[in-house]
Design a protein around this ligand. Sequence first.
Ligand SMILES: [Cu+2]
Length: 343
Amino acid sequence: MRQPAPGLDKAGCIFEPFWETPVLIQPSGDGGTNWSPVPSSPDTGYFYVSGTVRTSAYVRSGKRECVQGKSYGRGSQVTPVGSRMSGTFTAIDSTTNKIVWQHKTPYRLGGGATVTAGGLVFRGEPDGNFLALDAKTGQELWRFQTGFGADAPPVVYEVAGEQYVAIATGGNSLQGSAYGDAVWAFSLKGQLTALWPPPPPSTIGGPAGLARRRPAVWLASIPPIETGVVTVKIGDNEEFKYSPARIRIKTGTTITFTNVGKLNHDATAFAKREWDTGDLASGESKAITFTQPGVHYYICTPHPWMYGGSHCGIVRGPGFAPGHWEGAGATTGVLTALKQQEV
Ligand SMILES: [Cu+2]
């Protein structure tokens, strides 16, 4: 259950119906726990559940005709700009259906976990940390900075009598974590040291939250606000991006949105939906005239993590896909890390 947010006056429980008026509901359209593998231990009898805390404004999508060959959606879920996002990691006793212990986490968790016969739970964090917990008590025993969003379920395996724990650190658009392409394998004989932490994911929904959270070095990589622009390309070079992502225009300017990507996209005003390009197939365009001064955030309805913004007279807020980080993914290959608790 969520409280109403600015511009979004209605909040409800998970079964609250929605139609023309957006309704704030948790869990969000990303789900609460359903994306994450949930391990269980026959020793403790516990399930270990990763959770995402995020709010969605659920609403019917407007003004769309069903056209054969085009994507068709009549519902949308967008996290309100400025709303808080976080996570939980919970041990549930399978014999009582009760929570045994729970960690509130700063970031949304979606990677899942693994539990070992040695009584350890391994899990990754979107800020790059890889953790070992005591399976019985939840106490953190060890952490290691992998350098990229650690949003994958860890795996445990044995080679020639030696045990390894491995995790892919590729980042994840749902968690908004830094992309990478490393696989880490840990053993008691590992010798590699930790990497620098990646930019942390946002804990605040929408582009404004991204601006607040970014360290100075990362701010330099935020797309500049461009002027003199009359065309915004969608899916140019990167499928889920508006280009330019941020523009400054005079009130009354007409902007043509052109989909140059492979998939169908749109640009829909957030959050009051007062304008909408409609569904644009590859190669299609739609012109929108901005008659109201202010900042106009927009999203892609089928891909609501895509944000863009036009700024009529006001300059603030970046607008690009959360989690994207120029420079992430520079490291490739299988790494063996140094420290390990007994598995
Ligand atoms: Cu899209």
